[in-house]
Design a protein around this ligand. Structure first.
Ligand SMILES: Cc1cc2nc3c(=O)[nH]c(=O)nc-3n(C[C@H](O)[C@H](O)[C@H](O)COP(=O)(O)O)c2cc1C
Length: 355
């Protein structure tokens, strides 16, 4: 499949998830296969334009994640165009616009899903961005703001006309947040009417659902929470779509994934070869940088907090998952965390540290 001139080897993608889809997580999912595209956590256009370190870090990625889409949020066409140029300068394959975030902190600044309430303005943001960059500009939206403003079909066409190269739709309204179910009929209807690729998003928690959604008429499927519960879901969906038996994932595999994630997070900014990370060139690391310095104890704390955040999804549906969750949440050191994970999942041997 093509988004603009970017080739995706699989129609299955990792959805953007703030706090979750960091570069280490994306790398690991990608290594397990079946993943055609990864999208970063949402990044503030304002922060990019002002060169704020914490913001720039959210946009960093590594070569093995390609193709990579960096998702930005904001509502000012001039700043969004400038942010898109920064993203392009970092070497991203695609720049994606968040028109789906319902969180008031974002929506009240004329960004996220509140852009859906001003379709003309939203289209002008896309037009400004497509004029400013050569890489494809894509949009991720919801079904609408609420039940009476379910305007994704109209807005999707408007942003297509403004130059968007693909669209992803989470089939819930902002008012629904995560309640109810995603409206995949609405998404398939939009896919039918648009010439550009349309991705659907929402409620795929096993590989069979991912494939069934693809067959419902969309060009691609973005999987969010399902990947946090099962990072192999895209690989299994690719197996199914190719007529193969989906690969089995053992408890030890699941443990190894978490231990590898711990390893990659501990390694963030340590012993990285030059050029390993695509980052903003003029960036001057600041002391309050989001990833604490590798020597500091707060780096360990940051890693533990990341495992806690993933653990709250990853342990769902596991036998004794709630016990593991509680145990992870009371872990105070990396050694204790590794021991806990090794024992729970029956992982034998030392974790393999992957660059
Ligand atoms: C923890 C979390 C963070 C999210 N952050 C973002 C985000 O930064 N940008 C975005 O467009 N969507 C975000 N989403 C929405 C997902 O990309 C996805 O559309 C939604 O969760 C529905 O898909 P799912 O049922 O497969 O999770 C987030 C969802 C979750 C659960």
């Amino acid at each position: 499949m093509l988004i603009g001139d970017v080739h995706l080897q699989s129609p299955f993608a990792v959805a953007p998830m703030a706090g979750m889809t960091d570069t280490a997580f994306r790398r690991l999912v990608k290594r397990h296969g079946g993943c055609g595209l990864v999208v970063t956590e949402m990044v503030s256009s304002e922060g990019l334009v002002r060169g704020i370190d914490r913001t720039l870090e959210f946009a960093e990625f590594t070569e093995e994640e390609r193709p990579v889409s960096i998702q930005i949020f904001g509502g000012d066409p001039v700043k969004m165009a400038a942010a898109a140029q920064i993203v392009e300068g970092m070497g991203a394959d695609i720049v994606d616009v968040n028109m789906g975030c319902p969180v008031p902190k974002i929506a009240k600044h004329n960004a996220g899903c509140s852009l859906m309430r001003e379709p003309e303005h939203a289209a002008s943001v896309i037009a400004a961005m497509t004029r400013a960059v050569k890489i494809p500009v894509t949009v991720k939206m919801r079904a609408g703001w609420n039940d009476t403003e379910k305007n994704a079909p109209t807005l999707a066409k408007m942003v297509e006309d403004a130059g968007a190269a693909a669209i992803a739709i989470h089939g819930r309204t902002a008012a629904q947040s995560y309640s109810g179910t995603a409206d995949w009929d609405l998404v398939a209807g939009i896919a039918d009417r648009l010439a550009i690729p349309v991705f659907g998003s929402g409620d795929c928690i096993d590989a069979e659902q991912v494939v069934a959604r693809l067959q419902s008429g969309v060009e691609g499927v973005l999987v969010g929470r399902g990947v946090l519960r099962n990072p192999w879901i895209l690989a299994q969906a690719a197996d199914l779509a190719a007529g193969r038996t989906p690969r089995e994932v053992t408890l030890a595999d699941r443990g190894r994934f978490l231990l590898d994630y711990v390893g990659l997070l501990l390694n963030e900014r340590v012993r990285e070869p030059e050029g390993f990370r695509h980052s903003f060139e003029s960036r001057i690391p600041s002391p309050e940088s989001r990833v604490p310095s590798p020597e500091s104890r707060s780096h360990d704390r940051w890693v533990i907090n990341k495992i806690r955040a993933l653990g709250s999804w990853y342990t769902k549906g596991l036998d004794n998952g709630s016990h593991l969750r509680t145990a992870i949440n009371s872990t105070e050191s990396i050694d204790a965390l590794r021991e806990l994970l090794g024992k729970f999942f029956g992982v034998v041997g030392e974790p393999v540290l992957m660059e």
